[in-house]
Design a protein around this ligand. Structure first.
Ligand code: DGL
Length: 301
């Protein structure tokens, strides 16, 4: 069995949106290997029941463990909101979700105590961000809004500044402007793809929080505290050239980060359907090369 430090990190999402989290992990933890799983056969998770999301998440974790992963990142906001606490109880390896890091940084960033959260129906109806924020800051005002059309817009490639995206986003975000939020959590893996449109509507002063950045930071801290962080030597031994301008990433805003370069020969990308389509999406939208995408029958796990 390999040294635990050399083992990969498992990252999963309902589909391709979680690549925004994988990207941040690869940028901030350039020595780590990742195994990414996107449940493209069963996406979207945002409108499914809690029981279904728990069942799917457990299957994916069983699959990721076949790669002997040392830790798990739940990149999907809906799965983090509905399944993380239940999965955590049964798991003997560390696991981190995207909700707590996003709520934490939003609480730190707001100046007027008015925070907005946008996400899928599952995430918003769980009220988990509001609970977490109010636990520490009971006087803060949290405005929640589900934006169910955002995921299909991104999936269909309407994430660039198109009129239809702008109009829909304008309707969804009206309440955020009315309630004068100064910090908005992009509580869904797909929403960073819409950041230009959201920025245009919310204006330059509003903080747009992409939880991916804080999640990667949290993961880094956790691996280091547990003595599980991969060493640069382990990466070199793996045959992949890795360079990363971490300083640039640290210096970049907490919401959206800068480009670094990472050799990706050591990473694995797996999906439950449409591997070719995902490889194409990754080529267009993912800043690191994805060499090949494996298709897995997740129902077997
Ligand atoms: N990955 C999901 C999330 O972050 C969005 C897509 C879906 O509904 O499955 O909540």
């Amino acid at each position: 069995m390999q040294n635990r430090q050399d083992a990969p990190i498992g990252i999963f999402d309902s589909g391709v949106g979680g690549l925004t989290v994988a990207e941040e992990v690869m940028r901030q933890l350039p020595n780590e290997k990742i195994v990414y799983f996107g449940d493209t056969a069963r996406v979207p998770y945002g409108s499914k029941s809690k029981d279904t999301i728990i069942k799917f998440s457990k299957q994916i974790i069983r699959y990721l463990r076949t790669w002997d992963v040392k830790a798990i990142v739940v990149a999907c906001n809906t799965a983090s909101a509905l399944a993380l606490s239940e999965i955590k109880e049964e798991l003997d390896i560390p696991i981190v979700g995207v909700i707590e890091p996003g709520a934490k940084v939003a609480s730190e960033m707001t100046k007027n105590g008015k925070i907005g959260i946008i996400g899928t129906e599952g995430t918003i109806n769980s009220h988990i961000h509001t609970k977490l924020i109010k636990e520490h800051k009971p006087t803060y005002q949290v405005t929640e809004r589900a934006c169910p059309l955002f995921v299909p817009l991104v999936e269909e490639g309407f994430f660039l500044d198109t009129n239809v995206t702008y109009e829909i986003a304008g309707k969804y975000l009206e309440v955020m402007k009315e309630n004068e939020v100064d910090t908005l959590i992009l509580g869904c893996t797909h929403y960073p793809f819409l950041r230009d449109t959201i920025r245009k509507i919310m204006g330059p002063e509003v903080n747009l929080v992409n939880p991916a950045y804080e999640t990667a930071r949290e993961l880094k801290k956790m691996l280091s505290e547990l003595g599980l962080a991969a060493s640069a030597e382990a990466t070199a031994g793996n045959g992949a050239g890795v360079t990363a301008d971490l300083k640039a990433a640290e210096a970049s805003s907490r919401m959206l980060s800068t480009q670094t370069s990472v050799g990706t020969g050591m990473h694995r990308f797996c999906v439950s359907d449409g591997a070719d389509k995902v490889a194409h999406f990754a080529k267009e939208r993912f800043p690191f090369p994805v060499e090949n995408v494996m298709q897995v029958n997740i129902e077997e796990y």
